[in-house]
Ligand binder design. Structure first.
Ligand SMILES: C[S@@+](CC[C@H](N)C(=O)[O-])C[C@H]1O[C@@H](n2cnc3c(N)ncnc32)[C@H](O)[C@@H]1O
Length: 239
Protein backbone atom coordinates (compact mmCIF):
# COMPACT_ATOMS: atom_id res chain seq x y z
CA UNK A 1 0.00 0.00 0.00
CA UNK A 2 1.94 3.04 -1.20
CA UNK A 3 -0.46 5.42 0.51
CA UNK A 4 1.68 8.49 1.16
CA UNK A 5 -0.76 10.40 3.36
CA UNK A 6 -1.37 7.29 5.50
CA UNK A 7 2.36 6.71 5.91
CA UNK A 8 2.95 10.41 6.72
CA UNK A 9 0.20 10.38 9.35
CA UNK A 10 1.56 7.18 10.92
CA UNK A 11 5.02 8.81 11.16
CA UNK A 12 3.45 11.98 12.65
CA UNK A 13 1.70 9.79 15.23
CA UNK A 14 5.08 8.23 16.11
CA UNK A 15 6.50 11.76 16.56
CA UNK A 16 3.52 12.71 18.73
CA UNK A 17 4.18 9.66 20.93
CA UNK A 18 7.90 10.46 21.08
CA UNK A 19 7.20 14.06 22.19
CA UNK A 20 4.72 12.87 24.80
CA UNK A 21 6.77 10.06 26.34
CA UNK A 22 10.49 10.58 25.55
CA UNK A 23 12.99 13.45 25.54
CA UNK A 24 15.65 11.65 23.49
CA UNK A 25 16.01 9.88 20.16
CA UNK A 26 13.97 6.67 20.05
CA UNK A 27 14.17 3.13 18.69
CA UNK A 28 11.06 2.37 16.61
CA UNK A 29 9.87 -1.10 15.62
CA UNK A 30 7.89 -1.46 12.40
CA UNK A 31 6.02 -4.71 12.96
CA UNK A 32 4.74 -6.44 9.79
CA UNK A 33 6.77 -4.10 7.60
CA UNK A 34 6.20 -5.81 4.19
CA UNK A 35 7.33 -3.29 1.51
CA UNK A 36 9.06 -1.27 4.25
CA UNK A 37 7.82 2.21 3.25
CA UNK A 38 6.94 3.05 6.86
CA UNK A 39 10.35 1.86 8.04
CA UNK A 40 12.04 3.88 5.28
CA UNK A 41 10.21 7.10 6.18
CA UNK A 42 10.86 6.64 9.90
CA UNK A 43 14.57 5.96 9.35
CA UNK A 44 14.94 9.47 7.88
CA UNK A 45 13.40 11.25 10.88
CA UNK A 46 15.87 13.07 13.14
CA UNK A 47 14.06 11.89 16.30
CA UNK A 48 14.59 8.22 15.33
CA UNK A 49 17.85 6.51 16.34
CA UNK A 50 17.10 3.14 14.76
CA UNK A 51 14.26 1.25 13.09
CA UNK A 52 13.82 -2.47 13.72
CA UNK A 53 11.60 -3.85 10.97
CA UNK A 54 9.99 -7.25 11.36
CA UNK A 55 7.81 -9.50 9.24
CA UNK A 56 6.61 -13.08 9.62
CA UNK A 57 7.24 -13.72 5.92
CA UNK A 58 10.78 -13.93 4.53
CA UNK A 59 9.43 -12.96 1.09
CA UNK A 60 7.87 -9.77 2.53
CA UNK A 61 10.97 -8.86 4.52
CA UNK A 62 13.06 -9.32 1.40
CA UNK A 63 11.19 -6.40 -0.20
CA UNK A 64 12.55 -4.07 2.50
CA UNK A 65 16.04 -5.61 2.28
CA UNK A 66 16.03 -4.83 -1.46
CA UNK A 67 14.72 -1.28 -0.80
CA UNK A 68 17.54 -0.69 1.73
CA UNK A 69 20.10 -1.80 -0.87
CA UNK A 70 18.50 0.14 -3.75
CA UNK A 71 18.00 3.41 -1.85
CA UNK A 72 21.11 3.00 0.34
CA UNK A 73 19.09 3.40 3.52
CA UNK A 74 20.71 3.29 6.95
CA UNK A 75 19.56 2.79 10.59
CA UNK A 76 17.19 -0.07 9.59
CA UNK A 77 17.63 -3.53 11.06
CA UNK A 78 15.49 -6.29 9.44
CA UNK A 79 14.41 -9.28 11.54
CA UNK A 80 12.23 -12.23 10.61
CA UNK A 81 9.52 -13.41 13.00
CA UNK A 82 6.04 -13.24 14.50
CA UNK A 83 4.89 -9.91 15.98
CA UNK A 84 7.32 -8.50 18.55
CA UNK A 85 8.94 -11.91 19.18
CA UNK A 86 12.13 -11.21 17.20
CA UNK A 87 12.87 -7.81 18.83
CA UNK A 88 14.59 -7.12 22.17
CA UNK A 89 13.15 -3.71 22.90
CA UNK A 90 11.56 -0.71 21.16
CA UNK A 91 10.47 2.67 22.50
CA UNK A 92 7.57 2.86 20.04
CA UNK A 93 6.16 0.08 17.84
CA UNK A 94 4.11 0.65 14.71
CA UNK A 95 1.65 -2.13 13.82
CA UNK A 96 -0.06 -1.12 10.58
CA UNK A 97 -1.95 -2.81 7.78
CA UNK A 98 -2.97 -5.97 9.63
CA UNK A 99 -6.28 -6.94 11.27
CA UNK A 100 -7.52 -5.79 14.69
CA UNK A 101 -7.62 -9.36 16.07
CA UNK A 102 -4.00 -9.97 15.00
CA UNK A 103 -3.02 -6.70 16.73
CA UNK A 104 -4.87 -7.77 19.91
CA UNK A 105 -2.93 -11.07 19.85
CA UNK A 106 0.36 -9.14 19.64
CA UNK A 107 -0.63 -6.79 22.48
CA UNK A 108 -1.72 -9.75 24.64
CA UNK A 109 1.83 -11.11 24.42
CA UNK A 110 3.06 -7.88 26.12
CA UNK A 111 1.71 -8.43 29.68
CA UNK A 112 -0.81 -5.63 29.28
CA UNK A 113 -2.22 -5.98 32.79
CA UNK A 114 0.98 -6.30 34.79
CA UNK A 115 4.05 -4.26 35.66
CA UNK A 116 6.42 -6.88 34.23
CA UNK A 117 8.88 -5.40 31.82
CA UNK A 118 7.53 -5.30 28.29
CA UNK A 119 9.38 -5.24 25.00
CA UNK A 120 7.49 -2.05 24.20
CA UNK A 121 5.00 0.21 25.97
CA UNK A 122 4.01 2.68 23.28
CA UNK A 123 2.23 1.59 20.10
CA UNK A 124 0.97 3.32 16.99
CA UNK A 125 -1.78 1.07 15.62
CA UNK A 126 -3.40 1.23 12.20
CA UNK A 127 -5.73 -1.77 11.96
CA UNK A 128 -6.82 -2.85 8.48
CA UNK A 129 -10.07 -4.42 9.79
CA UNK A 130 -11.97 -4.91 13.07
CA UNK A 131 -11.09 -1.51 14.48
CA UNK A 132 -14.21 -1.53 16.71
CA UNK A 133 -13.10 -4.78 18.34
CA UNK A 134 -9.63 -3.30 18.90
CA UNK A 135 -11.11 -0.13 20.46
CA UNK A 136 -13.32 -2.26 22.74
CA UNK A 137 -10.24 -4.21 23.83
CA UNK A 138 -8.31 -1.01 24.59
CA UNK A 139 -11.20 0.56 26.53
CA UNK A 140 -12.08 -2.62 28.48
CA UNK A 141 -8.44 -3.05 29.53
CA UNK A 142 -8.25 0.65 30.54
CA UNK A 143 -5.22 1.16 28.31
CA UNK A 144 -4.08 4.77 28.02
CA UNK A 145 -5.02 6.18 24.63
CA UNK A 146 -3.09 9.25 23.55
CA UNK A 147 -4.94 9.67 20.28
CA UNK A 148 -7.57 7.93 18.16
CA UNK A 149 -8.30 9.58 14.83
CA UNK A 150 -9.23 8.74 11.26
CA UNK A 151 -7.72 9.75 7.93
CA UNK A 152 -8.80 9.34 4.32
CA UNK A 153 -6.26 8.32 1.67
CA UNK A 154 -6.60 6.73 -1.78
CA UNK A 155 -10.33 5.92 -1.47
CA UNK A 156 -10.10 4.39 1.99
CA UNK A 157 -10.43 5.39 5.63
CA UNK A 158 -7.64 4.52 8.05
CA UNK A 159 -7.98 4.72 11.83
CA UNK A 160 -4.76 5.52 13.71
CA UNK A 161 -4.59 4.83 17.45
CA UNK A 162 -1.70 5.70 19.80
CA UNK A 163 -1.58 3.83 23.13
CA UNK A 164 0.75 3.41 26.11
CA UNK A 165 0.53 0.08 27.97
CA UNK A 166 2.34 1.43 31.04
CA UNK A 167 -0.41 3.95 31.78
CA UNK A 168 -4.06 3.41 32.67
CA UNK A 169 -7.05 5.45 31.57
CA UNK A 170 -10.80 5.09 31.80
CA UNK A 171 -12.62 5.72 28.53
CA UNK A 172 -16.35 5.20 28.11
CA UNK A 173 -17.44 2.19 26.09
CA UNK A 174 -19.75 4.52 24.17
CA UNK A 175 -21.02 4.26 20.60
CA UNK A 176 -18.94 7.31 19.71
CA UNK A 177 -15.70 5.96 21.20
CA UNK A 178 -16.09 2.46 19.74
CA UNK A 179 -17.55 3.20 16.28
CA UNK A 180 -16.27 6.66 15.48
CA UNK A 181 -13.00 7.11 17.38
CA UNK A 182 -12.63 9.19 20.53
CA UNK A 183 -10.68 12.17 19.15
CA UNK A 184 -12.43 12.81 15.85
CA UNK A 185 -14.00 16.24 15.39
CA UNK A 186 -16.72 17.44 13.02
CA UNK A 187 -14.34 20.26 11.99
CA UNK A 188 -12.07 17.67 10.27
CA UNK A 189 -12.93 16.97 6.59
CA UNK A 190 -11.70 13.35 6.69
CA UNK A 191 -13.96 12.61 9.65
CA UNK A 192 -16.93 14.30 7.97
CA UNK A 193 -16.35 12.15 4.86
CA UNK A 194 -16.28 9.10 7.14
CA UNK A 195 -19.58 10.18 8.74
CA UNK A 196 -21.21 10.47 5.29
CA UNK A 197 -19.92 7.03 4.32
CA UNK A 198 -21.18 5.56 7.61
CA UNK A 199 -24.58 7.17 6.99
CA UNK A 200 -24.70 5.60 3.54
CA UNK A 201 -23.83 2.19 4.96
CA UNK A 202 -26.55 2.56 7.63
CA UNK A 203 -29.23 3.55 5.11
CA UNK A 204 -30.34 -0.13 4.93
CA UNK A 205 -32.05 0.54 8.29
CA UNK A 206 -34.59 2.76 6.50
CA UNK A 207 -36.19 -0.36 4.99
CA UNK A 208 -36.53 -2.26 8.28
CA UNK A 209 -39.58 -1.77 10.52
CA UNK A 210 -38.70 -0.08 13.85
CA UNK A 211 -40.29 -2.96 15.78
CA UNK A 212 -37.80 -5.39 14.25
CA UNK A 213 -34.88 -3.04 14.82
CA UNK A 214 -35.63 -2.75 18.55
CA UNK A 215 -35.90 -6.53 18.94
CA UNK A 216 -32.42 -7.10 17.51
CA UNK A 217 -29.35 -6.10 19.61
CA UNK A 218 -27.06 -5.45 16.63
CA UNK A 219 -29.68 -3.54 14.61
CA UNK A 220 -30.56 -1.46 17.70
CA UNK A 221 -26.87 -0.49 18.12
CA UNK A 222 -26.68 0.49 14.46
CA UNK A 223 -29.87 2.50 14.78
CA UNK A 224 -28.37 4.41 17.73
CA UNK A 225 -25.21 4.95 15.68
CA UNK A 226 -27.27 6.31 12.79
CA UNK A 227 -28.98 8.79 15.09
CA UNK A 228 -25.62 9.89 16.47
CA UNK A 229 -24.07 10.30 13.00
CA UNK A 230 -27.10 12.28 11.88
CA UNK A 231 -26.76 14.56 14.91
CA UNK A 232 -23.03 15.09 14.22
CA UNK A 233 -23.67 15.95 10.56
CA UNK A 234 -26.41 18.41 11.55
CA UNK A 235 -24.10 20.00 14.09
CA UNK A 236 -21.47 20.34 11.39
CA UNK A 237 -23.94 22.09 9.08
CA UNK A 238 -24.71 24.60 11.84
CA UNK A 239 -20.97 25.43 12.22
C1 LIG B 1 -0.61 -5.40 4.23
S1 LIG B 1 1.02 -5.71 4.78
C2 LIG B 1 1.28 -4.30 5.84
C3 LIG B 1 2.51 -3.54 5.44
C4 LIG B 1 2.79 -2.30 6.23
N1 LIG B 1 2.85 -2.53 7.66
C5 LIG B 1 1.80 -1.19 5.92
O1 LIG B 1 0.98 -0.84 6.77
O2 LIG B 1 1.85 -0.66 4.82
C6 LIG B 1 0.84 -7.04 5.90
C7 LIG B 1 2.16 -7.69 6.32
O3 LIG B 1 1.97 -8.26 7.61
C8 LIG B 1 2.77 -9.40 7.72
N2 LIG B 1 2.31 -10.15 8.90
C9 LIG B 1 1.10 -10.76 9.05
N3 LIG B 1 1.00 -11.32 10.27
C10 LIG B 1 2.18 -11.05 10.90
C11 LIG B 1 2.69 -11.36 12.20
N4 LIG B 1 1.98 -12.08 13.08
N5 LIG B 1 3.93 -10.92 12.53
C12 LIG B 1 4.68 -10.21 11.64
N6 LIG B 1 4.24 -9.91 10.40
C13 LIG B 1 3.01 -10.30 10.04
C14 LIG B 1 2.59 -10.06 6.38
O4 LIG B 1 3.61 -10.99 6.10
C15 LIG B 1 2.60 -8.84 5.43
O5 LIG B 1 3.89 -8.62 4.94
Amino acid sequence: MKTFKRIDKICSAVELAKNEFYDRQIVVADIATDHGYIAEKLSKKSFVKEVVATDISAKSLNKLEKLIEFRKLSHINCVLGDGLAPIDHADVSVIAGIGGYEIIKMLNCQNINSDFERKCDVFVLQPAQNVNELREYIIKNKIFMLKDFIIYDEDRFYPIIVINLSKKQRNKLSIFNVWLGRDNQVSEPDFVAFLYETMEYLSFLNDIPKKRIFKDKVLKQKYKLKKLVNKLLNRRELC
